[in-house]
Design a protein around this ligand. Structure first.
Ligand SMILES: [Zn+2]
Ligand SMILES: [Zn+2]
Length: 160
């Protein structure tokens, strides 16, 4: 018996194996996200297998920052709730890097790669609080020269 129910932003799938009197509750998280102009809104149901901070030269250009922060899933499903603006994608020649973005505001957006088998989600576009913490920094060999001991840099709650 598979029973689906939900509360707040979690979707649970209750699987009861009657003959074994065992109940397995699989938590399928539900995440909502959007771009800066709110022209694009989406929902993702499922979990992420990995969360990488990528310091490669493509991700640094793509984000304009020290690294990208991308979530990866081969099982989660994405549903576009609002697409008032166009979603564009760009792939630099001879690379496997793909950037999906809102044509109106330029915000990074989720995209499907590897024949739609891999969902890649920029962590920053999620509006739902993400409980998963990054698994690793990758492509450290390409990191910016100023990207060193950043946790030691002075911190301010707001503008200094
Ligand atoms: Zn937008
Ligand atoms: Zn990268």
């Amino acid at each position: 018996m598979v029973k689906k129910f939900s509360d707040q932003n979690k979707v649970y799938r209750k699987i009861a194996y009657c003959c074994l009197s065992v109940t397995v509750i699989e938590i399928l998280m539900e995440y909502f996200g959007s771009c800066l102009c709110k022209g694009i809104k989406f929902k993702i149901v499922g979990g992420f297998e990995s969360f990488y901070l990528c310091h490669c030269r493509y991700c640094r250009k793509d984000t304009g920052s020290a690294h990208a922060a991308n979530l990866f899933s081969t099982s989660a499903k994405i549903e576009w709730l609002k697409s008032e603006t166009e979603i564009k994608t760009y792939q630099p020649p001879k690379s496997s890097h793909v950037k999906a973005f809102c044509a109106n505001c330029g915000s990074a957006l989720p995209n499907l790669q590897m024949d739609n088998k891999l969902l890649v989600v920029p962590a920053g576009c999620l509006d739902t609080e993400l409980l998963k913490i990054p698994d690793a920094h990758i492509f450290i060999s390409n990191k910016a020269n100023w990207d060193e001991s950043l946790e030691k840099v002075k911190k301010f709650e707001r503008l200094p």
